[in-house]
Design a protein around this ligand. Structure first.
Ligand code: SAM
Length: 293
């Protein structure tokens, strides 16, 4: 059903994601100094929603930091790149910049309606704009931001020639280790488009990890279809992620933040979200990064 939603409805899911992230930040689940710029009215989400968003944020962040920090030197993150498909109002680049962990290039793609709004907000708020450095240029009309380490472009990610063109415009280096993010995005596409995007990514980048987070059951037909294309794929449902992958100390910390008694619903809900990643790694770089099955 989601795949047949109107473009406006799909884009609205992004406003919802930003509002939910802000709800988590306000409650102390996680830190994000920028997401409030993207939300007009602060809304309080139920504890089960906050916990779900926290788990989603936490697993992506843990894998991304593992990717960025891997290597022998202190500035290994500078020889890597990140590509976010359907990035919405995600603010990860700005946080990585604050933490001194920004990669060589962080590229985000979304529909122009979304990237124009994002470009306008980045342009409006100095705390964001200054993270781009002196060479930045912003076009609200085109929905584009280009700076040394961060680039935002509009693209319908189903359009493979456009993906090629945008990667070229963004000056991504296909030979650098690349972390590709599809977070709550592929579910809106038809299966043929998802196949095409994953194939494109594995042909384009010589060493890449393709990370996805979706509301799917990893073992049902749709889940299998999505995961099938990922080489050397690893897939977990979010219950397993929450219980076994997220740091135990962090889990204890967030469990003290709010009264929580929806255990049965929590289990049911988390089993229907999944994280998967596939690795394309002929040179064994990701083995060295610790990404083993
Ligand atoms: N990845 C972000 C996150 O997790 O916060 C945003 C998720 S939001 C639920 C889905 C995003 O995917 C929206 O911003 C929507 O515009 C974008 N999207 C959906 N289909 C797309 C397509 N064909 N091309 C580009 N962006 C798309």
């Amino acid at each position: 059903a989601a795949a047949r939603s109107s473009p406006a409805a799909v884009q609205a899911t992004n406003d919802d994601a930003a509002a939910s992230k802000l709800s988590c930040v306000t409650k102390g689940y996680m830190k994000d100094d920028y997401v409030h710029h993207f939300v007009r009215r602060t809304t309080k989400r139920a504890p089960i929603i906050n916990r779900g968003y926290y788990a989603r944020w936490s697993v992506l962040r843990k894998l991304m930091l593992q990717f960025l920090n891997a290597g022998s030197g202190s500035d290994d993150h500078k020889r890597k790149q990140i590509l976010s498909l359907g990035a919405g109002f995600d603010t990860t680049f700005f946080q990585l910049q604050d933490e001194g962990l920004a990669p060589y290039l962080y590229v985000e793609l979304d529909f122009q309606e979304v990237t124009s709004k994002k470009a306008a907000i980045i342009n409006h708020y100095n705390d964001m704009k200054e993270k781009l450095g002196p060479d930045a240029s912003i076009s609200i009309e085109k929905g584009e931001v280009t700076s040394t380490n961060y680039k935002l472009f509009s693209a319908d990610i189903r359009d493979i020639p456009k993906l090629d063109a945008v990667i070229h415009m963004a000056e991504m280096d296909p030979s650098l280790p690349t972390f590709i993010i599809a977070e709550c995005v592929l579910i809106y596409l038809d299966p043929a488009s998802t196949d095409a995007i994953v194939s494109w990514a594995s042909e384009k980048f010589s060493s890449a990890i393709f990370f996805l987070y979706e509301q799917i059951h990893p073992d049902d037909a749709f889940g299998e279809q999505m995961i099938r294309n990922l080489e050397r794929a690893v897939a977990w449902d979010m219950l397993k992620i929450y219980n076994d992958f997220i740091d135990g100390g962090e889990r204890r910390r967030i469990e003290l933040l709010e009264l929580f008694d929806e255990f049965e619903e929590w289990h049911m809900m988390q089993e229907h979200y999944c994280v998967a990643y596939g690795i394309n790694d002929p040179e064994g770089i990701f083995d060295d990064f610790g990404f083993k099955e």
